[in-house]
Design a protein around this ligand. Structure first.
Ligand SMILES: Nc1ncnc2c1ncn2[C@@H]1O[C@H](COP(=O)(O)OP(=O)(O)O)[C@@H](O)[C@H]1O
Ligand SMILES: [Mg+2]
Length: 394
């Protein structure tokens, strides 16, 4: 199906023959983006001659990132070098003079052939059974110190050690401690992605990830300067997560304890949110508020699970009371164990360093059940590590 961006609702008659079908006329750029993003059958967008070049290029840039298989053709009253170079740089496939129906028909045919090829390649990449897109899992709590970094780091380390290509993104852009808790020296940071805005690809991602040797886990860390956080626009995070999920089976996101716009972006694209609670009233209250916010964002109840961390400590609040207050069942409980801060201080994920530790066992079970089984992975024995086995990076 082709969309025609034009102010004239009757314009579909003009291009019907050149396009080989009657296009759907839309007059509003953002609704075209939405239709192309959500619809499955859209393969081409033709932008009318009266749509200004900036808006046309903006739409093409967004589609290039979000639906690269959709072809964008631009109609102009006159062809000039400026327009051509702007258009091609933004990802528009061809610019055609508005009254040249033959040229439009040929451009449409070439675009359709390219789209068909891209769709085929996409299908081939799907492998058996699963979607080609990796899953984004965000670990969140509106309170600090509850174990978000512990859970995200260990879940991601376990997924990677089990053989799935996994990326851990530290979205605590001011005080992130993922890199330090894995003893990694980042080769690049989230801030480096700002200059790749609009054209982030696999090579760009590779240039900023650091790999945790023991597990093969890739990590993107924030800059060590907390002031950099506000220089990272939310759409850079969106592009990061979207690009990353095309190259990794799992993208795990660690977060700061607040709804920053970066966090909201991550929650919005997440397939699963792990909400971390502890047995204290402020943490439970904040988590209840967080769940309300997720409801407001339209996240489905099935796409989130509550993880009780430091369970078992006797503090006069028990897990049943937490479930009642949250109006949500607790899906996994991680015991309070001294081994956890010890592993954190040594810079090892406890699931790797001390696999029999009760907290490590609980985190592995959480990852196996709520991530691997949920997303259709067959659970097998973890391959042995330390045998020089390396995965391709991205
Ligand atoms: N299950 C646990 N048992 C004991 N200590 C824990 C447990 N989970 C986390 N911790 C410790 O609590 C501290 C805060 O955890 P962290 O994961 O950094 O929280 P957050 O990321 O939510 O701020 C760390 O020192 C960590 O080692
Ligand atoms: Mg943290």
């Amino acid at each position: 199906m082709t969309i025609l961006w034009d102010f004239d609702p009757e314009a579909h008659h003009t291009y019907r023959y050149a396009l080989g079908e009657s296009p759907e006329v839309m007059s509003h750029g953002p609704s075209i983006l939405k239709a192309a993003e959500n619809g499955v059958g859209h393969r081409m967008v033709v932008i009318g001659a009266d749509i200004d070049i900036e808006s046309a290029c903006q739409l093409a840039e967004r589609l290039r990132v979000e639906r690269p298989e959709v072809g964008v053709l631009l109609l102009r009253h006159r062809l000039d070098v400026n327009v051509m170079s702007l258009a091609l740089r933004s990802g528009i496939r061809e610019v055609v003079q508005v009254d040249d129906q033959t040229a439009l028909a040929e451009a449409a045919r070439r675009s359709e052939a390219l789209t068909a090829q891209l769709v085929r390649e996409g299908d081939e990449g799907e492998g058996s059974g699963g979607s080609r897109q990796g899953k984004v899992i965000t670990v969140f709590s509106a309170k600090g110190g509850v174990g978000k970094t512990t859970v995200s780091t260990n879940v991601a380390a376990h997924l990677a050690a089990s053989g799935a290509r996994t990326l851990l993104v530290d979205l605590d852009l001011m005080f992130g401690d993922v890199a330090i808790s894995l003893q990694l020296i980042p080769s690049g940071t989230v801030s480096d992605l700002v200059s790749m805005r609009g054209h982030l690809d696999r090579a760009g991602l590779e240039s900023v990830v650091a790999t945790h040797e023991d597990t093969g886990l890739d990590v993107i860390a924030p800059s060590s300067d907390p002031g950099e956080a506000e220089r990272v626009p939310a759409d850079v995070i969106l592009e990061l997560l979207r690009t990353a999920r095309s190259h990794y089976a799992y993208v795990v996101v660690d977060t700061p304890p607040s709804f920053t716009e970066h966090v909201l972006t991550a929650l919005d694209v997440s397939d699963l949110t792990l909400l971390v609670a502890t047995l204290d009233i402020p943490a439970v209250k904040n988590l209840r508020l967080a769940i309300n916010t997720l409801d407001t964002l339209g996240a489905s109840a099935e796409s989130r699970v509550v993880v009780l961390n430091r369970a078992g400590v006797k503090v006069g609040l028990d897990s049943d009371e937490v479930e009642t207050a949250l109006k949500q069942p607790i899906s996994a409980s991680i015991p309070n164990d001294l081994g956890v801060p010890k592993a954190t201080n040594r810079g090892y994920p406890i699931v790797v360093q001390d696999p029999r530790n009760p907290a490590a066992v609980a985190i592995r079970e959480l990852a196996d059940r709520e991530v691997r089984t949920r997303f259709g992975e067959l659970i097998q024995e973890s391959p042995r590590r330390g045998l020089g086995r390396r995965r391709s990076k991205v």
